[in-house]
Design a protein around this ligand. Sequence first.
Ligand code: NAP
Length: 249
Amino acid sequence: MHGIALITGAGRGIGAAIARRLAAAGYELALNYARDRESAEALAAELRRPERRVLCLQADVADEGQVLSMFERIDAELGPLAALVNNAGIVVPGARLVDMDLARWQRLFNVNVIGALLCSREAARRMSTRLGGRGGAIVNISSRAAQLGSPGLYVDYAASKGALDSLTMGLGRELIEEGIRVNGVRPGIIDTEIHQTSGLDAEQLQVAAAQIPIGRLGRAEEVAEAVAWLLSDAASYIVGATLDVAGGR
Ligand code: NAP
């Protein structure tokens, strides 16, 4: 048994694949979702076993009060957290900078950056050996966009993931002396529902896929594999690093 893992945005897509992979690795799970309760509950029912508790937790990661309540429920109903995956994230419709507005940027950064900060802080308060915790591991789900910049598509989304990469680098070095390993994963283009928001239709996704050196889109399970490895003791000397899972993109 590996202890308890919280995955944000776990109801579908990459988060759900991470949940399945971590269940197979022996973790008990806290599955966070924002709106889609049905998917999260269905996943929890699929993964729950007599020996494996799985808790579904509604919280908007951008809302401090909701994040605090979520962690209090984990404390009360599951126990000490061993792993956090900051996966919850949103993308925005493709646009050029001159057509973007402040509300779009605020929501994007509140979810993708502040959400990860809030959840990492609450996790660190519980895991830190300096504060009486048992240590743990955190993985941030970034994007290849952080390094490619997504010009003409969503430079704001790319910038939010760039901030997440900086957070991984800094927190990795800050928290390692408190027994917490922080790393990240940069997925390329993964076949999930997120592209319904980005505005990329099936045809555009196929064109994009053909341009990826490996010649296809990624699968959520392929991202989950990297996350499970980074959380595991097999990655014990990996600190503050972000791994590309992008088919060569
Ligand atoms: P997805 O299929 O759209 O799923 C996103 C998940 O995040 C959903 O479970 C959603 O919950 C949750 N979520 C959204 N806003 C939230 C909030 N404010 N609080 C809590 N949960 C929230 O997306 P995905 O493709 O799996 O992406 C997962 C992560 O990978 C994101 O961080 C994304 O930026 C990153 N990523 C994806 C790709 C890709 O090509 N798919 C590439 C690079 C990086 P509800 O359903 O309840 O709203």
